[in-house]
Design a protein around this ligand. Structure first.
Ligand code: GLV
Ligand code: MN
Ligand code: MN
Length: 422
């Protein structure tokens, strides 16, 4: 990007338009949190997800972007470059939310990509390379575990049929939901799965407290910590709560408690860097006067250090097995993403874009995982964070200021323009 085009481009990013689009999308799946906050519950591959995608597609087509989908439902909006054959610069994020999610996690990265591309077009900035805005399928993993299925399939980290049998809480499999989804989007132009972008840059709210606490505008994201997800199933035997002596029971809930206590000991960390979460527990038959015969619970374990991630992650199954007293156990690993470091090409473009606009920034890692994690082996990758109130996320109270989202979109627009002219 020549410096003479930069001021036009920056001025073309429209804070009100971006905010208005976010608020329109937030109506699709709107929920109210316990404190009255306006959140969103929009699971992937649902009619609501499709409604949100149609809204996005309408805006993209209005701008003259080319819309395509791949076999796992990743949605691409393409701005053509002056050299259409050149590898594109890819940007975007996800449109699905957590069950009690907010209005910004994921969706802002997609809308910021659209805003940046619209600004590039309206400012008349030429890009040699195409720019593609992507909405990845199922980043959250809230309906179908794990998350990041769309980006993992795109990057050929896993084949796209890997998760066919994964079922949601209603017993609908990912394959069934995806087939229905693809039938509903059969009018969209299909594209082959995968690609070799020139670079990938994803904009996202920070989801942590640092930027706000330090009074900063932009996080130049240096990398993402590693994550491992497990599903644990404990199987005992049902019994009458009033009559079965405790000494004879094979109580799955009691063994779950033993297992979780042992895992808490394994994951004790005086430095408070380990992230260990049991976030979902299913008890069967789920009756107050019947001893449970089955408990399934999830483990989300994260750490920035690969060796610790591998050592503690590998210790999870043996720890559970030695803690459980009376029941049978199955431990299945469902997600294994090593820590990644982002690339200087993208970090530099983001840093320079931020500096040129006089924004206050810091280099920082991401605690949350993102689709960007799976782009790292494909191309130079990076992310842009903006502050969110009190660092709250995965919560209806999640909030980011319109002006700070606009600042993030300006940094994205300038970084994209630079990378697309490499
Ligand atoms: C993404 O939503 C994550 O759990 O980090
Ligand atoms: Mn997200
Ligand atoms: Mn999320």
């Amino acid at each position: 990007m020549s410096t003479s085009t930069a001021p036009n481009l920056i001025a073309a990013v429209n804070e009100a338009r971006q905010w208005d689009r976010l608020m329109q999308l937030a109506e699709l799946g709107a929920i109210t949190g316990a404190d009255g906050s306006p959140g969103v519950n929009r699971a992937c591959l649902t009619p609501l997800d499709r409604e949100a995608r149609r809204m996005l597609i309408g805006w993209a087509e209005g701008l003259g972007l080319t819309v395509t989908v791949d076999e796992i439902g990743n949605l691409f909006l393409r701005h053509e470059g002056t050299e259409p054959g050149a590898a594109p610069v890819l940007t975007g994020s996800h449109m699905d939310t957590q069950p009690a999610g907010g209005r910004f996690d994921g969706i802002w990265g997609v809308i910021a990509g659209l805003e940046a591309v619209q600004a590039i077009r309206e400012a008349g900035v030429q890009t040699r390379r195409p720019i593609e805005v992507v909405a990845w399928t199922n980043e959250e993993g809230g309906r179908f575990a794990p998350g990041c299925m769309g980006s993992m399939a795109y990057a050929h980290f896993k084949p796209a049929n890997t998760w066919d049998a994964v079922a949601d809480l209603q017993g609908v499999t990912f394959r069934q939901a995806l087939d229905e989804h693809r039938a509903a989007e059969a009018d969209l132009t299909h594209r082959p799965l995968g690609g070799k972008p020139h670079a990938y840059v994803e904009a996202h709210i920070e989801q942590g407290p640092l930027l706000e606490a330090e009074g900063l505008d932009i996080g130049v994201v240096t990398g993402i910590q590693g994550s491992r997800w497990f599903l644990v199933e404990i199987r005992g035997e049902t019994a009458h709560a009033g009559t079965a002596p405790v000494s004879t029971r094979r109580d799955a809930v009691q063994d779950m408690i033993r297992a979780v206590n042992a895992l808490n000991a394994l994951m004790t960390d005086p430095t408070d860097v380990i992230r260990f979460t049991v976030g979902q527990i299913e008890v069967l038959p789920n009756s107050s006067n019947t001893v449970a015969d089955t408990v399934r619970f999830t483990i989300d374990f994260r750490h920035p250090d690969k060796d610790l991630l591998l050592a503690n992650g590998d210790a999870i199954e043996p720890t559970i097995r030695s803690a459980v007293k009376h029941c049978d156990v199955t431990v299945t690993e469902r997600f294994h993403a090593l820590p990644v470091a982002f690339d200087e090409l993208v970090l530099g473009a983001v840093q320079r874009a931020s500096d040129a606009q006089g924004l206050r920034s810091t280099a920082m890692p991401s605690g949350a995982f993102h689709d960007a994690q799976f782009m790292v082996p494909l191309c130079p990758t990076g992310m842009i964070f903006v502050p969110c109130r009190k660092g709250v996320s995965h919560n209806p109270a999640e909030y980011a200021e319109p002006a700070q989202l606009a600042a993030g979109a300006r940094v994205l627009a300038a970084a994209l323009a630079t990378l697309a002219n490499d």
